[in-house]
Design a protein around this ligand. Structure first.
Ligand SMILES: *Cc1c(COP(=O)(O)O)cnc(C)c1O
Length: 384
């Protein structure tokens, strides 16, 4: 029996060399050589006004809610089908996450349902690009514009993915990326915040928030003689050792994405007959969407079937995962006053979704093993 892990990180092979260089140059704390290199790389490739490297996407989201000056009593619309970080960033400012239904085909926030959630207290929308497939950003930006709302993209899963020729994370006012160990391109822990603005005061504000509330960045640039405490802030700067590691990953960004596309295409091709027969569903997207192939999921008709398939795969040494436990019906969501029945599509999706193993180094032999067993299970699905 083969053992197929659900996920293993991928190394391009240049990571150690860059870490060694950071060490040789004594650049190991934050905002050193590699932070500069990566910031430049992200700004150029994604054509965004300003990027900052951050310790995680969770922290990038926290900075974003500080930047828009979110206050107690404010409301922020977001999907419930997301990771807790999206909502924590809002709660940490004393504001209220307003959970919105997703579209059952894209699993992304449904723009029509956003409209129903807008109240005079609404301050922002946080769309989440599930699986690295973009939300309907043009519709969301239109809604935000006409209601004077901020848009913070939780693009944690969507680095190097596009919607309509524009990179995800650069559509909204602010974009948040993750380089966590489970994401396509990684530094183990890490993130970035992207600012779609020419407003120098906002850029300065991020600089200070991430540098303990000081104007240290201005000091390092030689603009001032000494740095001091200017405002409220925290420590959100990643070590340059991590950024050296990440530089190797980001240089290989398109290569990594193409390897993942092959895995995605393999799954789609081999599962086509079951998708066409309506036994399973997976993500379908038009030319408007250029995903980064972050993950591959199947949707089954019932939770019972999903759980049985998961168990049978596990019995054959194949690890899979479910996603997401909806936030609105979690213990914390219930304390905020939500009940399970509030968002039926979100609930149903969470109950019936199964993520197949997907890692950049996955071999044809491993894929064949997964597919052979998956097909034999799907063939007898009527008996489950
Ligand atoms: C991974 C993820 C996060 C958190 O990213 P970190 O870098 O681990 O903080 C937030 N939101 C979504 C949608 C994610 O997938």
């Amino acid at each position: 029996m083969m053992k197929i892990p659900f996920y293993i990180p991928y190394y391009t092979g240049e990571e150690l060399q860059y870490i060694q260089e950071a060490m040789n140059k004594h650049q190991i704390s934050g905002d050193g050589l590699y932070t500069d290199r990566i910031t430049g790389l992200l700004e150029k490739k994604f054509q965004v006004k300003k990027a900052f490297m951050i310790t995680s996407a969770t922290h990038a989201l926290e900075i974003a809610t500080m930047l828009i000056d979110l206050q107690p009593g404010d409301e922020v619309i977001m999907p419930s089908f997301t990771f807790p970080s999206t909502a924590n960033a809002v709660l940490l400012r004393g504001a209220k996450p307003v959970f919105c239904e997703i579209d059952e085909n894209t699993l992304n926030i449904d723009p029509k349902k956003i409209l129903e959630k807008i109240t005079p207290k609404t301050k922002a929308i946080i769309p989440v690009h599930y699986a690295g497939i973009g939300c309907d950003m043009d519709k969301i930006m239109d809604i935000a514009k006409s209601h004077h709302l901020h848009v913070i993209e939780d693009a944690a899963q969507a680095v190097n993915a596009k919607y309509k020729d524009k990179y995800l994370g650069t559509w909204g006012d602010i974009g948040c990326y993750s380089f966590h160990g489970t994401k396509n391109f990684t530094s183990g822990e890490g993130g970035a915040i992207l600012l779609n603005t020419n407003d120098e005061s906002l850029i300065k504000k991020v600089e200070m928030i991430r540098q303990k509330g000081t104007n240290r960045n201005q000091f390092v640039r030689g603009e001032i003689d000494a740095y001091t405490w200017m405002n409220i802030g925290s420590s959100y700067v990643p070590s340059d050792i991590l950024m050296a590691f990440l530089y190797a990953q980001l240089k290989g960004m398109d290569m990594i994405m193409m390897k993942r596309k092959k895995i995605h295409d393999y799954y789609c091709h081999h599962l086509k007959e079951y998708i066409d027969a309506g036994i399973i569903k997976t993500a379908e997207f038009s030319k408007d969407y250029q995903p980064n192939y972050h993950l591959f999921y199947l949707l089954f008709q019932e939770e019972r079937i999903r759980d049985k398939v998961k168990q049978e795969l596990m019995d054959r040494g194949i690890a899979t995962a479910i996603h997401f436990m909806p936030l609105h019906s979690s213990p914390m969501g219930q304390r905020l006053g939500y009940v399970k029945e509030d968002l039926p599509i979100t609930e149903k999706t969470s109950e019936t979704l199964l993520r197949l193993p997907m890692y950049t180094s996955m071999s044809e032999k491993e894929l064949d093993y997964v597919m052979g067993h998956l097909k034999s299970i799907l063939k007898k699905i009527g008996e489950i």
